[in-house]
Structures are given as structure tokens and as C-alpha cells.
Design a protein around this ligand. Structure first.
Ligand code: AHG
Ligand code: MN
Ligand code: MN
Length: 358
């Protein structure tokens, strides 16, 4: 009988895919795995100890921080500091990136960008939350790394992953050779390989968007929602609407079942709400590796050139067919001149739109 395979065993086995690897990335992934188990422990007992609620502080983006936001942020920075393989942690919860200024770490090869606790507004009501991380190789050769080392395009990611603290806790990650998922077995305290070689269905019937903001959506998104809600037996429409409000949980579900997640630009968030470095790039890398598509509505997320740490973007991510359709409607109805995807010649008819959209 084949036994279980733990995350640690799997990482070491996969290191052989990279002939010159010295084990630094493996150790970095291990450190992230350890920190996520600590966060998982606190999330699990959230109602029992005084860790629910607001921390009484705000982050640089003016968002109120939950106690667990602050706790998770501290745990990941601590694990990455003591691990010694990371020279900078850029986190959603800190104004500036955090250089790790120890003799070992300051020459370390890797940069980690992290959303320590995603969906934290759900924390007080027992709804799934997550952690999202992204790993880059630093560009500068030695000494203290700089902002330029952090501001790399998503295509430069060496690895990315997320942890979902849900009805069970899972860690899903990619190093650019497919996506693998591990479920935490609480009885042994180990993430065990449970979802090898994850693939997102090419098409789906679930759409996830905060529809309360409808009035502020770009016309292309309004047209897509109209398309999703029209009856058409052949394409299994009307689709099903599912929105948890934790990006990790919404995208994890869509990865397994097929679907599209959209956070477009809105009046309140004219550049989109979600952050390129901590949320969109890592999720885009994972979903592309699973065979899906991630776009800002007009262009590939991973090709966006970041200019600032806390940069935001709109995102359309998920099953290829669904995202392609949404992109085609964006190109048709919301082709913002400066970012228009001029090479989008996909005809709506080719994509199977047969009326029903005014
Ligand atoms: P975070 O908790 O890290 O700030 O992220 C919350 C994000 C994302 O997880 C979620 O999908 C989205 O914000 C929800 O936003 P709305 O409440 O505007 O729908
Ligand atoms: Mn988030
Ligand atoms: Mn967060």
C-alpha cells in the first residue's frame, strides 16, 4: 500500500527537477509551511482565545487590521527571518518592505511577497480565510536587496502558493511545473499530498463577484454578468453565483470545480481592489499552471510591470473559456485606450455568444 507523502518529502523529491538546486527554495517553502501551521492553530481556536476582532490599527491602505492579520504577519516574518533563505519580505500589512538584516539573510537569494491573512473580514464569523505567497529570486547580487528586487513581473516568480484555512486546511503551491495540493492531517501535524497535479476545468458554471458593486462595474463586466444570467441549455446557463469574500476560498473552489472570479475596477477602487504583488500575481501563476487564465480584463496579469509595492489591479481569473469570454466582452465594451488589448480579435460569435446581451 502506498503510504502518505508529506509536503517536506515532496519538496525534497521535487528538488531533483532542478539539477543545480542547493536546497534554498526547498527550505524556504518548508519555512512557509511551518508558519502556516502556526497560523492554522490560532485560526482554529479563534473563538476560544482573545484573538478575534480588530487590532485597532490600519495598514498603509487604510484598511482596519484584525488581530489575526497582525498575528499572521508576525508569524510569517519570524519564520522567514529565522529560516535565513529570504532577504526581503514584502507584506500587505507593512508600509514598506521588510529587509532581513542578519549576516545570513541579507545575502540570501529569495524575496517573498505575502498576504498573511486573506479574507480577514471573514474571521469573526468562521468563514474560510487564507494566506497567499509569492517567491522571486533577487536581481541584485549581494548586499542589502532593494525595492527594485521586489518590483518584478509575475512571470519572474519562482514559486507561489496559498494556504486555505477552511473545513480542512490545505496548502497548494507551484514552482512552475504544475500545481500540487496538500491537506493538513491534524493528527500528525503534517501537510500530506492529497491533490496531485491539479488542473482547473477548461469551462465551468460558477461566477464569483461582489455583485453589490454592479452599478460601478465597467460595461464589459455588466455584459458578462448578463451573459452569465441568460438561459441557454447548451452552455449550461444561467450560471451559478458563489461569492465567499475570501479570494483564496473563492479561487480554490473554482480551481476544483471550474469557474471565474472577477474583482473589476469600481468607483471605490478605480484601479481594482486586489493587490498585484501579494494576491493577483501568485494566484495568476497558480491558475495558469493549472491550465487556467488570469487577466486584468484586457491583459495578462503576469505581464504587468509593477511600479509600486502596494499596486492594485483588476482581476479576471479562472477557467480558460470563461475568462476568454469575459475578456472578449471587456475588449468590446470597455476597451480603455491605454491598456486596450489591441490584439483581441476574438469574435463574440466564435466564443458562442448567441444573443441575449443588449
Ligand atoms: P484581505 O483580507 O487580504 O484584505 O483581502 C480581502 C480581499 C479578498 O480576499 C476578497 O475576495 C475581497 O477582498 C473581498 O472584497 P469585497 O468585500 O469588496 O467584496
Ligand atoms: Mn487579501
Ligand atoms: Mn490580508
Amino acid at each position: 500500500m502506498a503510504g502518505i507523502k508529506t509536503l517536506g518529502q515532496f519538496i525534497i523529491e521535487k528538488q531533483l527537477d532542478f539539477p543545480y538546486a542547493k536546497g534554498e527554495l526547498s527550505r524556504l517553502l518548508r519555512d512557509i509551511g511551518i508558519a502556516s501551521k502556526i497560523v492554522n492553530r490560532e485560526v482554529n481556536k479563534a473563538g476560544l482565545v482573545d484573538i478575534l476582532g480588530d487590532a485597532g490599527t490600519t495598514n498603509i491602505q487604510g484598511e482596519g487590521q484584525k488581530k489575526l492579520d497582525v498575528y499572521a504577519n508576525e508569524q510569517f516574518i519570524a519564520a522567514l527571518t529565522s529560516g535565513g533563505e529570504c532577504c526581503i519580505v514584502a507584506t500587505e500589512e507593512e508600509d514598506d518592505f521588510v529587509p532581513i538584516d542578519s549576516p545570513v539573510s541579507k545575502n540570501a537569494k529569495y524575496i517573498v511577497c505575502i498576504d498573511p491573512l486573506d479574507g480577514s473580514s471573514n474571521i469573526d464569523c468562521n468563514v474560510a480565510v487564507g494566506t497567499i505567497f509569492s517567491i522571486y529570486r533577487r536581481k541584485s547580487v549581494e548586499g542589502m536587496a532593494t525595492l527594485a528586487d521586489v518590483l518584478q513581473k509575475g512571470t519572474e516568480q519562482v514559486a507561489a502558493g496559498y494556504v486555505i484555512y477552511g473545513s480542512s486546511t490545505m496548502l497548494v503551491y507551484t514552482t512552475g511545473k504544475g500545481v500540487n495540493g496538500f491537506t493538513l492531517d491534524p493528527s500528525i501535524g503534517e501537510f500530506c499530498l492529497s491533490h496531485p497535479n491539479m488542473k482547473i476545468p477548461a469551462d465551468g458554471i460558477i461566477y464569483s463577484i461582489n455583485e453589490g458593486n454592479y452599478v460601478h462595474f465597467p460595461d464589459g463586466v455588466k455584459k458578462y454578468l448578463k451573459y452569465a444570467q441568460v438561459e441557454d441549455l447548451e452552455t449550461k446557463r444561467p450560471y451559478t453565483s458563489r461569492y465567499i469574500g475570501s479570494m483564496v476560498a473563492d479561487i480554490h473552489r473554482n480551481l476544483i470545480k471550474g469557474g471565474i472570479y472577477i474583482y473589476p475596477t469600481t468607483a471605490a477602487s478605480p484601479n481594482g481592489k486586489l493587490r498585484l504583488l501579494y494576491e493577483c500575481n501568485p494566484m495568476a501563476f497558480i491558475i495558469e499552471q493549472a491550465g487556467g487564465v488570469a487577466s486584468d480584463g484586457l491583459n495578462r496579469i503576469l505581464d504587468i510591470e509593477p511600479t509600486e509595492l502596494h499596486q492594485r489591479t483588476s482581476i479576471f481569473i479562472g477557467s480558460a473559456k470563461m475568462v476568454n469570454m469575459a475578456e472578449a466582452l471587456m475588449a468590446e465594451y470597455s476597451p480603455v485606450a491605454t491598456i486596450a488589448k489591441l490584439n483581441t480579435n476574438q469574435k463574440l460569435e466564435e466564443l458562442g455568444v448567441i444573443g441575449g446581451i443588449d
